[in-house]
Design a protein around this ligand. Structure first.
Ligand code: NCD
Length: 332
């Protein structure tokens, strides 16, 4: 594997290899010393054209824990604001000797362009492109589910909310289908993308009827910034095309304590963050013992370590030696 652009690029074996590798690397997160020498001398560039908190920090932590050099490039305050093109930015990165470029871009397809352009030799990792894909988020979600539920074959996952604007939903549907899970997208008709019938999942408008038979409920953020309304204004009354108002949205599609009580005992509550507390998820649900939202963040680092490791360390599966080496260094 040279690039990770789409969750659909991974066949079942490749997806499981990433998850198993992450499992080995996850151990590190619980240790006082969290570093491995694996990518020493390699350079990872985080190229972020769109705001991000957890994804950028997560990739940075992942690269650093593998001892890579990390360059953070954010479009704000860079020459991109002066109109520098993706191509010129890429040529600059190439000149700096980047081994991997982790790219988040507001334009769907930008990472693909970068990978197929011939402008750079490095591996490209899609860290979220427009409303298209976010493959490492899907991997960390699957990783988190697997830790709690075991193999995902036949597991029922409901992905709820603003599917239309969600790259997380698309990548999750692709990956979860590969891993054998049954996915249902739950959203108002206005927030389902055109062509969703061809996705490898079911759709529903009725959250309440699904909850009792769901193993995982993944809530999506209502992406106000991608809905045409005046900046800073409430998306409710001014977004008649999507839903009547915030209260009505929550009433139909929000996860609150009453709805959570309808879930089976073992079911997980997930959210990729950032959350609109009180909108798609109530604060008590977000902070409840069913919620694995904080754990998703921790697991994200291990999954991104696995991805960088597999892309840059020659695709050799991580052996148990990866971790004992760390132990030897700690003891030395
Ligand atoms: C998601 C994203 O940026 O696509 N967040 C994330 O990566 N943790 C989802 C979102 O913004 O709602």
């Amino acid at each position: 594997m040279k690039h990770l652009l789409s969750a659909g690029d991974l066949d079942r074996d490749e997806a499981l290899l990433v998850l198993d590798t992450a499992e080995k690397l996850r151990e590190l997160a619980d240790r006082p010393i969290k570093k491995l020498p694996t990518l020493r001398g390699r350079t990872v560039v985080n190229l972020f054209f769109e705001d991000s908190t957890r994804t950028r920090i997560s990739f940075e932590a992942a690269a650093k824990r593998l001892s890579a050099d990390v360059i953070n490039f954010s479009a704000k305050g860079s020459s991109v604001e002066k109109g520098e093109s993706l191509k010129d930015t890429a040529l600059t990165l190439e000149a700096m000797g980047a081994d991997a470029v982790v790219v988040r871009h507001w334009a769907s397809g930008a990472p693909h362009r970068l990978a197929s352009s011939g402008w750079i030799r490095s591996s490209v990792v899609n860290a979220g492109d427009g409303t298209h894909e976010h493959p490492t988020q899907a991997l960390l979600d699957a990783f988190t589910m697997r830790r709690h539920l075991g193999a995902l074959d036949g597991r029922r996952v409901a992905i709820v909310g603003d599917v239309l604007h969600s790259r997380v939903a698309r990548s999750n549907v692709l990956l979860l289908a590969t891993l054998g899970a049954d996915v249902t997208l739950v959203a108002p008709p206005t927030l389902l993308p055109v062509g969703v019938e061809s996705w490898a999942c079911a759709t529903s408008y009725d959250l309440d009827s699904l909850l009792p038979k769901t193993d995982v409920v993944m809530m999506l953020r209502v992406q106000r910034e991608r809905m045409p309304h005046p900046p800073g204004s409430d998306p409710g009354p001014r977004s008649p095309a999507f839903f009547p108002n915030a209260r009505e949205y929550s009433r139909r599609y929000g996860l609150d304590a009453a709805r959570m009580a309808a879930l089976p005992e073992h079911a997980l509550v997930m959210h990729p963050g950032p959350m609109n507390r009180g909108m798609e998820i109530s604060a008590d649900v977000a902070d409840s013992s069913r919620s694995v939202i904080v754990e998703q963040v921790t697991n994200g680092v291990a999954v991104r370590m696995a991805v960088l490791y597999l892309l840059l360390a020659g695709g050799v599966p991580a052996t148990d030696e990866t971790v004992p080496e760390q132990r030897r260094r700690e003891q030395a």
